[in-house]
Structures are given as structure tokens and as C-alpha cells.
Design a protein around this ligand. Sequence first.
Ligand SMILES: Cc1ncc(COP(=O)(O)O)c(C=O)c1O
Length: 780
Amino acid sequence: MRFLDRNPPQILESEAKQFALDHYGLEGDFSPLTSERDANFRIHTASGDSFVLKIANADEKQGDIDFQTRALLHVEEQDPDFPVPRLVRTRDGESFIPVTSSQGTRHLVHALSFLTGRSMVEVPTTPALWHSLGKTIARLDLALRGFFHPNARRAHPWDLTRSPDLRPHASHIADRRARRNIEAVLDRMAAEVLPRLRALRHQVIHGDANPDNVLVDPDVPDRVAGILDFGDMVYAPLIAEPAIAADLESVSSEQGLENLRALISGFDSVLPLEEGEIDLLYDLILARRAITAVIIAWRKIMSAGQPAYLLDREQPTWNAIDVLLKMGRSSFNNRLRSACRFPPYTPTLEEDSAADPIDPLLKRRHDALGSHLSLFYSRPVHIERGRGTWLFDTDGRAYLDAYNNVPVVGHGHPHVVRAITRQTEALNTNTRYLYRSVIEYAERLTDLMHADLSVCVFVNSGSEANDIAWRMAQFATGARGALVMEHAYHGITEATAALSASEWATPTPSHVQTLITPDPYRGPFRSGESNLAQRYATDADWAIHNLIRHGLKPAMFMVDTIFSSSGIPNVPPGYLKDVCDRVQAAGGLIIADEVQAGFGRCGMHLWGYEMHGIVPDIVTLGKPVGSGYPLGVVITRRELLNPFVHETGLFSTFGGNPVACAAGMAVLDVIEDEELLSNAQETGEYLREGLRKLASCRAWIGDVRGHGLMIGVELVHDRKSLEPASEEARHVLDLMRDQGVLIGRSGPHGNVLKIRPPLVFQPEHADLLIEAIDRSLAKL
Ligand SMILES: Cc1ncc(COP(=O)(O)O)c(C=O)c1O
């Protein structure tokens, strides 16, 4: 704490004049400038130029002055137009020079050009000015990025990372409440913030770019004209820079908070912040206030000539700490995050909730999206973050995601995120231009398919892919009839909704015929009976016949190869092959809708059609293709695609854009690198086995089935009558949600628990899931 009780050196103006003349050849009008530690003089020369002569405190080390002056030279080299004072060399070309005062003390002197402008503390500030300050200090930090000096790690009381060292001196704070607050802030810095800070970006920062050291040109009041005083530079976490720049006002009033948001968004616009950084601003701004409070109290005790501007700040500093603590980390972080377009903050369980009250949020949702857009669960989950196979709500609660297939490689997978970000930065356009990514991605995808399936059409969703596939089939066959499964879901467009029997209201579309679900558990032909596959497949003949009765021929049979909306039945081996043979014999094409089954969902194979031993004419992909980035694909034979596109001039504005392709490529990388197919197979098998064991003691479970990580657990009232336990299944979903495990349900009766997690799901997650199902069934 030696540093804290220092006051500026007592240098006579006449001495300063002599130093300036002797070493710099500078003379003119001298006026003293305020400084906490140095004796600074402004020199106004006869030619109209202005300089600052800085006479350092006798205790200031040579290395520290060397550090400052080298930093200024570095900034000048990296960003020649950056508005900081320029170093003036001595007559001998030195950066600084030692002098001896009349009292015999030795001081280091350096000279700088004088920047004009008014101090930011003297002008009315606006969010625009704060934004400009944020941008300016970020630009300064960019210029300082490659700079280092051995003295950059010197002990410095204002260094936020050393703030816990001041903890013993907090005892000097007279006000008990303020003292307790400050001690708590410093304790948290030591215990929780510093370890996190150490993992963040570090570099030499200015370290004191608060409004006292900022100049504004009165003629351009919304822009920073200069940054002064490099005496507090330090090697520190980058995020300390904007934290220090925030002034007292910034947390004490609504206007102050707006200014702070402007400061941070300005900084972020030049030097994008990382999430770990922006979330520590709360603690760092508090720590800065705590340091101020301790230093003021220490100086009072030491009667060490308190500068008036510091004394004035004692009560406001305490108040600011109070306001911040009352506001809480979550709401503070959310205010700053929204300014930089970061998604909302996810608190930890120990922190204050960031949750919006659910009813007003629901009302806003109803007002904005219409009141019938459904939500999962009786008590909706407010999710703002996902990682791997976990989702987090705004109270910081973690939910095991055992339902979402879109983030196939896990929520927020860094490889996918990076690929999307990098490509977004480089280019996003459409397929009317030549670019490599769409070609490379199409080549890679088709290499993963049967050799006949060699060309791609890129769209933006499963519905669009199915819509195009249906059009293509009609075009190729000249027929207008469609065959689908009785509980199929294929999309939301007019054409695909007509192909989605699960969505039909009366009257049913006259050009579509359905096939009964090949369900050996509750269908007309059951496990143990002979020729199951063939007996179910003959229904295709009926369906084709019915089309013909309506004067139609089948253009295609569209099938979700995992039969997801049909309750994930255990389709008899050979069934699909048999149906396809019948459809093809009647002139129809086979469209494998791989929106659910594709990308390794079924474990052994990348595509569901492989499981059934068929080769479709057209394959459609959606949901997991971009692990959340919208992308749909139609893959087919060359001879089917070429005439169709020639005739229709098919084009999709967003389909196949470079960013979508980058996402798609990255997803395939991860599936390969992390061996997600075998994981889906092994973890899926482990999970099914566990569920079957559970079935032996929970009579609600009638059947456990599925492939890979697409699993159905059918709930029944009675294993003989098979009466569907539909309401109970709905209740189980809610009970599981309350235990922090998310699943869905499917099937015509809604009594099949649908388990369909990201493919990074591991056996330990499976254990958690089984326990939650067990506990939920026990409560029925
Ligand atoms: C099998 C299947 N096909 C197509 C779709 C439609 O995909 P999208 O919602 O991307 O339009 C879905 C959506 O659930 C689906 O499950």
C-alpha cells in the first residue's frame, strides 16, 4: 500500500521551466495541471504549440516510465491517427530524462504533445459520447495488443486483479453497511472472479480510461477527442478496460445505465467481447468502486492530503455499490448483454434469477405470435441456453435434453458455431453465384448416399424438401396420386400438409391414400404371428387400388423411415422393401423422408432407408442437417433432377447458401470425429435395455422399442387390453420436466414417450433419464 499515500512531487514552476528548457528546448507559458501522483505542467509556446511536461513522483521507477513511453511509441506505430499524446524526445533523443529538484529529490521527466479538448467530466455526456468512448478504448486496446513490457505486471493498487489485497484496509471504512458490502465484493473477487478472470484474454491496457482522462472537442460533443494519462497501464484482463472506464454515474441512475450500455456496445463493436468477459463486468465494476472506497478511507486515516475530487466521491461510491448489489448480477448482465446482442444471461443456481415472470411473458407471446401456438409442458420452460445435451432455464436450472434431434451434435457445438461464424464473416449469398462450399457439401453428402443418389437441391426446411420431392415425383411420373402412412407428418406447405395424415381434418385430400401402420404391438397383425411384413405390406395394394378407383395413379410413396409420428413402431423386417416393390410396380417413386431418421439417428446407419434395405428414388433431409441452422435437402438421381429443374427453373433464395453449407459440413465433421453413429447405437441399446428392466417393475410400460437414439416407450393401462395411457403419458412429461428431464410423446394415441436426444447422449445421461421415468411412473 505504499503507493496509496503518495502525493504529487512539490516542484516549483521555475524549476519545471528550467527542465523544459534544458532538456527539450521548450519555453513559453507554464500552467500546472492536476495529477494524483505527478507534477504536470502545460507549456504553451510562442509558436502556438502546446506540450505537457510530466515530472514523476520521486518513487516512480525508471522501468515504469520506460513502460509508458514505449507504449506510447507502440500505439503511434500501430495506429498513427489514434488520438493520444505523442512522446516528445529530449534534445538528446531520449524518451525520458532524470532530473534533480531544488530539494534534492530525483525525478524522471518526459514530455508529451498537448491534446486539446475539454475533460469529459466537464461536458454534458450522452449515450453517443459514451459509445464513442467505448469504441476509442477498444481501438486503443487493439493498438496495444502486441505490446508487452516487464513492468506491465508491477503491483498497482488500481489493478482490479489485485483488489483482494486491499481487503485488510477496508476496516478503515467508517460506515458499517458500506464496509460490509465492500468486504463482500472483495471476497467474491478473490474466491470466484479472479479464477475466472485468469482464463480470459489478457494484454496491456490503458487501465484508467475513465472520464477524467478523456477529452472531448466541444465542437463535436458526441465524439471522444483524446485519451490521456498512461500512468496506470497494466497487463490485465482486457475486460478490465471498459469496466474501469465506466464512471460512478453509470450505475446510479437509469441514464447512467444507458450510458454504460452505450460504452460497452461501443467497445464490443470494435473489439467483440466474449461471453465470459461481459458477464464479469458486474463484478469488475463493483471491484473498481470497492477499490475507490478503500483508497479514500485509507487516505483519510493517513491524513495524507486527500485530493478533493476523491473525497467528493466517498458517499456516491458507497451508493453506487449499494445500487449495483440491489440490482443483482442477472438483471445487470441482461442490460449489458442486450446492448451487444448477446442472448440473455443464464445465472447459476446460486445467483439471482434472470427469469421474466411467466404470465406477462406468455401474454406478450400470445399478443405477438397469436394465442394458439402451442408450448411444451403445462408449465412452459423458459430456455435461453443449451450446451451439449443440456438446456438451461432462466433460473439457472439444467434440463437433460432427451428430446431434441435438431441439435444432432449437441447444443452450441463449438465446431458448428465456428464454421457458421467464419463463413458468415466471409460471405453469404445464393446459388446463382459460383462458390465452393455448396459444391463441396453436395459432393460430400452424395458420397454418403447410395451411388444412384448423386445430385442435391438445397432448400430451407423439411417441408420444402418434401414439397419439392412431391413436385418432382409428379413431374417424373405424370401421375397425381400420393401414398403415405396413416399417421404421417411431412410438413406445413399446402402440398405437404395434404401428405400429412396426422394433421388431416375432414374432408381428407382425395389424391392421397394411406397405408396402415405396421405396428406389431397394437396393429391388426401382432408379434408372433406369421408373415407380418407381407401382411402389412399388402395394404399398399389396397391403397394403390383406391387411388386408381379415384382415377389416379401413384406418383410416389413418401415414408418417414423411422415412422416417428406413428409411435416409432417396431416395423417388421422386410415390410418397407415389400411396400416399395409394390409401389414401384404401380409406377410410383419412393421418397424416403429422412428428416427424423437421417444423420445417424438410428445408430447403425447414417440413413434410415439403409436399415430397411431399400434404395429410394428421392431422399429428403431436414432438422439435424445444420444442427439448428435452417437447411433442407432433396437428393435424387440425375435423370430425375435435370429435366425437372430445366422445366421449372427451380431456385431457392436461401437454399444452399454458403453459411448453411458450412453448418452442414461441420455437422458431418462432428458426426465422424466423435463417432456419433456408434454412440447412438451403443447408448441407444444401453437405454433400451435399462428401460426394459424398468418395465419389469413398472406395469405402465407396455413396450420399449426403437433404433439407435430414437426410442419409444408405450404406456398402457393394461398389458392385455393395451388401453393407451394417453393422459398419463402427458402427465409423465410434466413430471419429468419438473425433475429436469425433457422428453416428448408421439403415436396416434399420444401414449408413446418419445426419447430422441442429441446424439452426444451418453450412458450416464441414460441413467438419469431412466431414474426420472421411474420416479414419474411411481407418481401416477
Ligand atoms: C418426418 C418429417 N418430415 C418433415 C417434417 C417437416 O420439417 P420442417 O418442420 O423442417 O418443415 C417433419 C417435421 O417435424 C418431420 O418430422
